[in-house]
Ligand binder design. Structure first.
Ligand code: BG6
Length: 490
């Protein structure tokens, strides 16, 4: 398409996320031409006092590894401006508005404004409201788009309060709630794999699927983020958002067409049909964990900044039941944790075995037929595999299971646009497909809240898994009760 003209205002302009992910993403769009090379500018904001030149030096640093030549990074950085800004000071918004008008004229950005709030979550609401109330939104026909980083609340009530603040200033279709897992290649491929292939969609239901497993496993521990993470935990940090978003793509019905409004409608329907547990249900269907020591690892409670009696979960697993026709009694198992054996996000769809195994009789040492397993690799490995039953090449008939496999090599995977680049592209084109709408966020919190509530009330028996393992034993028991087991690792 034609390159988009835009003026960005980025709150938290020298933050870690901005320097590591956001500027390189914008730079790649600039390089590839979806962002107009002449008609764009960015105002970085925070309380820091910086000159434009100091800010630009940081930008050059942040994007130089992506640049074809040093001049390209310099040309890009010349569109960047710094403004020291206190988000609670109304005068600062008037000054911002003046600067925005000036730059809009200078770069002919046609009134298109993107406001990106990458700050501590307590400031999300006040920034959005002040932008509106102090007249920083453009009024001359361009677009105003508000991008909100996570976390979006810490339970339903706080998320609702935040959402009310945002929607008093912006319309739902102007709000882009970031969930970077929706920018990942494999997440975006799920709807195409499902709705583009009748041979999959035809069996995508409780009649053929035994269970669905979503695993977001991390190898790293809390690192230096205890200040945030110890008040969040795995359930809020990874399950409520990333995991349930992935679940919604797997569970939803076919949208009428692949446009954001239609997709959202179906995702919401799916999320709202998840059974919400009472306290007893939580005990039976959810498992929490906190890592202990392991080879070369200290226990979570000894990590820098973590209280020695922390009750925080670094692992969460659960079973989701959908009260709808498609899924019937087919469970979705989900899990995510830190300090696990390997870093991999993946989805394993386990199909039921053939009703009758005709090979079990009359052949020499037959292997039992296995149910097909369709696996989606999210990150760092990207791809799809499907296990099928076939025969081996020996004399006589012996069945065996093989993997049909499409896994991207490291060089192809390195070419895949990074999540923030995809998401920025969609923000510029006004496509909300890969952003979380408010009803989705609300349904996810309503599902997670009773779990979190119980865990807050009753301290866990921590630590309960070894660093470098695959999590607590109770998570295996959760599946064993249904005669299932985690497919990965196997
Ligand atoms: C973030 C969480 O949302 O996702 C982090 O806050 C987590 O705790 C990260 O490490 C994982 O993302 P990725 O892209 O590295 O798998």
């Amino acid at each position: 398409g034609t390159p988009t003209r835009a003026l960005f205002m980025l709150f938290g302009g020298t933050g870690d996320l901005a320097l590591r992910k956001l500027y390189p993403a914008i730079f790649n769009l600039y390089k590839k031409g979806s962002l107009s090379n002449d008609h764009f500018a960015l105002i970085g904001l925070s309380r820091k006092e910086l000159t434009d030149d100091e800010f630009r030096a940081k930008i050059i640093d942040s994007v130089s590894s992506e640049a074809d030549q040093p001049e390209q990074a310099q040309a890009f950085a010349s569109h960047f401006y710094w403004k020291s800004h206190d988000v609670t000071n109304n005068d600062h918004y008037s000054e911002l508005s003046d600067l925005a008008d000036q730059l809009e004229a200078k770069y002919a950005t046609e009134g298109n404004r993107v406001f990106y709030v990458s700050m501590a979550p307590r400031f999300f609401g006040i920034v959005a409201q002040s932008l509106h109330d102090q007249g920083v939104l453009s009024t001359n026909g361009g677009f105003n788009r508000l991008v909100i980083e996570k976390p979006f609340g810490r339970d339903y009530a706080s998320a609702k309060e935040l959402n009310d603040a945002l929607t008093s200033a912006f319309n739902e279709n102007q709000i882009y709630r970031i969930d970077h897992y929706l920018g990942k290649e494999t997440t975006q491929a799920i709807p195409v794999l499902r709705f583009g292939n009748p041979m999959l969609e035809a069996v995508w239901n409780h009649e053929y699927i035994k269970d669905v497993q979503v695993t977001l496993a991390e190898k790293l521990g809390v690192e230096d983020r205890a200040g945030y993470y110890d008040t969040a935990g795995a359930l809020r940090d990874m399950i409520q958002n990333h995991t349930l978003q992935i679940v919604s793509y797997l569970a939803m019905d076919q949208p009428n067409s692949f446009v954001d409004t239609e997709i959202r409608r179906e995702k919401v329907k799916a999320l709202e049909s998840m059974e919400i547990y009472d306290a007893e249900g939580v005990k039976q269907n959810f498992v929490r964990g906190q890592y202990g020591a392991g080879p070369d690892s200290v226990p979570y409670r000894e990590e820098p900044g973590v209280p020695s009696d922390s009750n925080n979960d670094t692992y969460a697993a659960g079973k989701i039941v959908f009260n709808n026709h498609r899924w019937g009694d087919t469970p979705f198992y989900i899990r995510s944790g830190k300090k696990l054996a390997d870093k991999q996000g993946r989805i394993d769809i386990e199909f039921k075995k053939p009703l009758v195994d005709i090979f079990a009789k009359g052949t020499k040492q037959p292997a039992e037929l296995q149910g097909n397993v369709l696996s989606f690799y999210i990150d760092p490995k990207i791809g799809v595999t499907l296990s099928v039953n076939t025969k081996d090449s020996e004399q006589g008939l012996h069945t065996e299971t093989i993997d049909l496999n499409y896994l991207q090599g490291a060089d192809r995977a390195a070419q895949v646009p990074l999540p923030y680049e995809r998401l920025f592209h969609d923000i510029l084109t006004g496509d909300g497909t890969y952003f979380a709408s408010w009803p989705e966020v609300a349904a996810a919190w309503k599902f997670v809240d009773p779990v979190q509530k119980l865990w807050d009330q009753e301290p866990g028996d921590f630590p309960n898994y070894e660093s470098g393992s695959m999590g607590p034993k109770a998570a295996d028991d959760l599946l064993a009760r249904d005669d299932n087991q985690w497919y990965w690792p196997h």
